[in-house]
Design a protein around this ligand. Structure first.
Ligand code: DX5
Ligand code: ZN
Length: 229
């Protein structure tokens, strides 16, 4: 099956992170937020690149029949080259690797060859200069607004300088690159990130830890929309 379309580059996308959902009831979690969300963000952790373990390709494959959304797989893993193909076969639409892993050009090329949308992620303390050379090779730039590994952390506002730099370069060069923020995104921080130039908002606890995840997703979209210029 060919990958799903991520939508018009640069348009506002709400991407709930299933890391904050009930893993025993993922089908229900996915369906609950379907109407008010655009992508599904899948956090993959290997206990090595980050000090936590989460899920892998079999879970992506199990979720695939439950959703027509673009599956945005965030690989917080040390050796993505070993697993990219399995994610593609499992039904991922895009895979994002971390620049801190190294071997970036080859990983981006491998992702592209597999027919996936290509993403590159950077930790909060990784400078823009480290990712800038790859902007013309990617579809998605994920700027972490927490140190990866756990949901429920506080948004690091200093990252907004990097979001602004990325938005300037993407727009000036008319690059079809989505700019995604991930970590601590809620009703207060979503408008800040959008005003800085982000257009894809990942939210875990701000959606799935709320009494009504659907209402929470709607409120997040409304809050973000209010800062769109
Ligand atoms: C953190 C993950 C995030 C996380 C976000 O390592 O990459 O996607 O699920 O969770 P919240 O929105 O709770 O900060
Ligand atoms: Zn993530």
């Amino acid at each position: 099956m060919s990958p799903r379309d991520p939508g018009v580059s640069g348009s506002l996308r709400i991407a709930p992170s299933i890391l904050a959902a009930d893993f025993a009831d993922l089908a229900n979690a996915i369906e609950t937020v379907d109407e008010q969300t655009d992508w599904l963000h899948v956090d993959v952790m290997d206990g090595h690149f980050v000090p936590n373990l989460s899920i892998g390709p079999p879970v992506v494959a199990s979720m695939r029949p439950c959703s027509a959304k673009f599956f945005d797989c965030h690989l917080m893993i040390s050796e993505p080259e070993r697993y990219l193909e399995s994610f593609a076969h499992a039904g991922a639409d895009g895979c994002t690797v971390h620049v801190e892993v190294g071997n970036t050009a080859a990983l981006l090329a491998q992702t592209r060859e597999l027919g996936l949308r290509v993403g590159l992620a950077a930790n909060p303390d990784t400078p823009f200069e480290r990712i800038e050379p790859f902007l013309d090779q990617i579809d998605l730039l994920l700027l972490m607004t927490v140190f990866p590994g756990f949901g429920g952390q506080s948004f690091i506002g200093d990252v907004m300088d990097k979001v602004r730099s990325a938005r300037r370069v993407v727009d000036a060069n008319e690059l079809a690159v989505n700019i995604e923020v991930d970590g601590g995104i809620d009703l207060t921080t979503a408008p800040i990130a959008v005003a800085a130039g982000a257009n894809v908002l990942v939210a875990g606890s701000a959606i799935f830890s709320r009494p009504s995840p659907l209402d929470a997703a709607r409120a997040l979209r409304d809050a973000a929309q209010s800062s769109l210029v």
